[in-house]
Design a protein around this ligand. Structure first.
Ligand code: 3MF
Ligand code: MG
Ligand code: MG
Length: 412
């Protein structure tokens, strides 16, 4: 093949994307509670060792493209759309009015807002640092984000305290920092109660998001489990208003079983919101799009969520790879990721109703006949053959993933 002329490359990418088939219509995509962040498509590919590879993008463009693809909901950090210096000024109101107009124009709703408490130099020592004035500013920022959420009609507010910690141990008393951080969340809940009452709206669902590493060197609430302990610690004035926004990769990054992490959130009634993506264990936060690394694990995760009636948002928190162009972000990254999610979600339904898995699971739950709980050997003997079904269920999941249960075969 000879070199592909630059002016023919978009047509090639589009033609091959079409040729893949398996696309859902925007109408079908809109049936799912999929939310699109401002920051995902507008990520320019920059990082400590990386220069940006794509141009900046406005919220108007993001909303227009989401609407064409079939994503109903948009979400944002406060400073993705309002420069830090413009917060708390009339510029904030002007921009908020433009956001509302654009949402309306493109038929989108705002699902969630989140305060950026990690990027700006003001957060160099984190959002709960020693300076009382800094902490007062942090409370104002959280309360302002809650107000923005109500103004835009959001149901959720997310907090990712990725700067809650330190680079160098010893200077900070962790218990004190956690108490100060709780004061920030309490201020956000208090503001919410007041605004919700005034506006006659429900209060927001406040969701904490954990990540084990990055950008802080050591993080005080590194996992969803640490956050559950924090929510139930007695430090929060309204623990009933606060839950979790786990992120698939953030749990995987520390080596967890994501499905087990989600299960622990579910049994606590705290799985409010879910950031979906993919990546690798014990590596940095690559935020690859769903299903490109761990499709079988993703199928398992969605089986858990479907069988436990999770009704919250699936938030596309991913970073388009630096190899993807601006055109590719909206023609390859987002639609293919949404379509893989939908396919995996529907497959999860097939797993739940699969007669083989169902019969095997029922048999395991019935247990082996003749087991006597007072006799260890009889319990072992009664279940010996039955327990092979665990591996058979795993094989069946693989078959469902590759479509073998629908007759797909390889003839050698
Ligand atoms: C960082 C993240 C964040 C959070 C967001 C909270 C940039 O790893 O995942 O996205 O999701 O700040 O909504
Ligand atoms: Mg996230
Ligand atoms: Mg991430």
């Amino acid at each position: 093949m000879s070199g592909i002329p630059q002016e023919q490359q978009i047509a090639l990418v589009d033609r091959l994307t079409q040729a893949c088939g398996g696309r859902y219509s925007p109408e079908v995509r809109r049936r799912y509670f999929i939310t699109g962040p401002q920051w995902a498509p507008s990520y320019q590919g920059q990082a400590v060792f990386h220069a940006p590879v794509r141009p900046p993008m406005t919220f108007e463009t993001v909303m227009e493209e989401y609407s064409k693809i079939g994503i109903n909901y948009w979400c944002t950090h406060d400073t993705d759309v309002i420069p830090t210096e413009d917060l708390f000024t009339p510029r904030q109101d002007e921009i908020t009015a433009r956001i509302k107009d654009s949402l309306k124009k493109h038929g989108l709703k705002c699902s969630m807002v989140t305060a950026e408490t990690f990027h700006h130099p003001v957060w160099a020592a984190g959002p709960a640092a020693e300076s009382p004035e800094l902490r007062e500013y942090a409370k104002r920022r959280l309360a302002n984000t809650v107000a923005l959420g109500h103004e835009l009609g959001a149901q959720f507010c997310v907090y990712w305290p990725g700067m809650l910690g330190y680079y160098i141990a010893g200077a900070v008393d962790e218990t004190q920092t956690l108490r100060w951080f709780a004061e920030g969340i309490n201020a956000a809940c208090a503001a919410d109660l007041e605004i919700a009452k005034k506006k006659n709206r429900d209060t927001l669902k406040h969701c904490m998001e954990a990540k084990p590493f990055e950008p802080q060197g050591e993080i005080l609430l590194p996992t969803s489990d640490a956050m559950l302990a924090f929510i139930f610690s007695g430090l929060l004035a309204h623990p009933e208003m606060v839950g979790l926004n786990p992120e698939y990769l953030h749990e995987l990054m520390w080596g967890a079983s994501v499905r087990a992490s989600l299960a622990r959130a579910l049994v606590c009634g705290k799985l409010f919101h879910f950031d979906i993506n993919d990546g690798y264990r014990l590596k940095h936060d690559v935020d690859i799009a769903i299903g490109l690394v761990n499709p079988l694990d993703w199928l398992n995760v969605l089986v858990l969520l479907r069988s436990h009636n999770y009704k919250g948002p699936f938030n596309l928190d991913y970073k388009p790879p630096r190899t993807t162009s601006r055109h590719g972000v909206f023609t390859v990254s987002i639609p293919t990721m949404v379509d893989r999610f939908i396919t995996l979600w529907e497959m999860a339904g097939e797993v739940i109703s699969d007669p083989i898995i169902k019969e095997a699971t029922d048999a395991l739950k019935a247990g082996g006949a003749g087991a006597n709980p007072a006799d260890v050997n009889s319990v072992v003997a009664a279940n010996r053959e039955l327990l092979s079904l665990h591996e058979l269920i795993a094989h069946r999941l693989f078959q469902i993933l590759i479509g073998a249960h629908r007759g797909r075969t390889y003839n050698l």
